[in-house]
Design a protein around this ligand. Structure first.
Ligand code: NDP
Length: 296
């Protein structure tokens, strides 16, 4: 069997086009422009790349982008004061603080100071609680993107065995919550899982969010399973480097029914879902109906 390649790049482009149409509608019908504020503290090169990409795509769909770049030594009080201003600013519907923050800043405190209604990353403790109790939440972007691709491919996920490898707060746990919300039977595996290979082989849906290059080989994949590879790992390739996922694509694609590649799978969906969340936040803030299919 050769798996269907789930093309996240194409899916994300289609999603952005839908968002762009909705943004035009909001402007024409209601005089509204969704606004996303991104806060970057320090000069971490990877974070700078992400923030640039987010700003560019925000503007491309017709939203307002507000970038706040702060020095690495910014005090917690100054950062909290900026977030308080953004919370109160009616032009800002979404606020994202780029992680990781420098070590002297308390990430939990900072994230929990964002107005939950503007928390487009879905990391605020209120949104975590809402998601966990099946209530309307802001859903973390990467798991939301994974779910959109799974729903698109399968329609209903009800009754399927799902295994999520990784239990981080930003990917593994919210992914598992979303799959539970879809009535999957969910297992969360992690570094202490006793027989990871056997656990993975049970999965109709296997989500890998570990951060270890190609650690999941094809013989851990159930024939016909859908494999969602969240991992982004840079490995040496001769003089250069290349990106690989947590799954060994070549061998897994021989066994799986469908699989996301790296790059070009889950990665592009993350920013598209950030824009979707910003649009959702804008609609909720103004009491307007939310466009269908942009959240759970
Ligand atoms: P974390 O490091 O926060 O979590 C990794 C998880 O993997 C932990 O729960 C850890 O278990 C588990 N783990 C580590 N080693 C093993 C092992 N040998 N066997 C089983 N489980 C293991 O990572 P993130 O969740 O933040 O990210 C995971 C990957 O996803 C990374 O490659 C990251 O770059 C990528 N990513 C991609 C995004 C995208 O847009 N596509 C967005 C976010 C992340 P334990 O808890 O026991 O330590």
């Amino acid at each position: 069997m050769t798996a269907v390649r789930l093309d996240g790049k194409l899916f994300a482009a289609t999603l952005r086009a839908r968002i762009s149409d909705q943004v035009s509608h909001l402007r024409d019908a209601h005089g509204l422009t969704p606004g996303l504020a991104v806060v970057l503290v320090g000069e971490d090169p990877a974070s700078q790349v992400y923030v640039r990409a987010k700003g560019k795509q925000t503007v491309e769909v017709g939203m307002a982008s507000f970038e706040h770049k702060l020095a690495a030594e910014t005090s917690e009080a100054d950062l909290l004061a900026l977030i308080a201003r953004l919370n109160a600013d009616p032009k800002v519907h979404g606020i994202l603080v780029q992680l990781p923050l420098p070590a002297h800043l308390n990430s939990d405190l900072v994230i929990n100071s964002i107005d939950p209604a503007k928390d487009v990353d879905g990391f605020h403790i209120s949104n975590v609680g809402l998601l966990g109790t099946g209530q309307k939440a802001m859903v973390p972007c990467t798991p939301l993107g994974c779910l959109m691709m799974l729903r698109d491919h399968h329609g209903s996920l009800s009754g399927m065995e799902a295994v999520v490898v990784g239990r981080s707060n930003i990917v593994g746990k919210p992914m598992a919550q979303l799959l539970l919300g879809e009535s999957c039977t969910v297992t969360i595996a992690h570094s202490r899982t006793r027989d990871l290979a056997e656990t993975c082989r049970r999965a109709d849906i296997l989500v890998a969010a570990v951060g270890r290059p190609e650690m999941i080989p094809g013989d851990w994949v159930k024939p016909g399973a859908t494999v969602i590879d969240v991992g982004i790992n840079r490995i040496a390739a001769g003089e250069k480097t290349r990106l690989v996922g947590d799954v060994d694509y070549e061998s897994a694609a021989q066994v799986a029914g469908a699989i996301t590649p790296v790059p070009g799978g889950v990665g592009p969906m993350t920013i598209a879902c950030l824009l979707a969340n910003t649009l959702t936040a804008c609609c909720r803030a103004h009491g307007l109906p939310e466009p269908e299919g942009l959240t759970v």
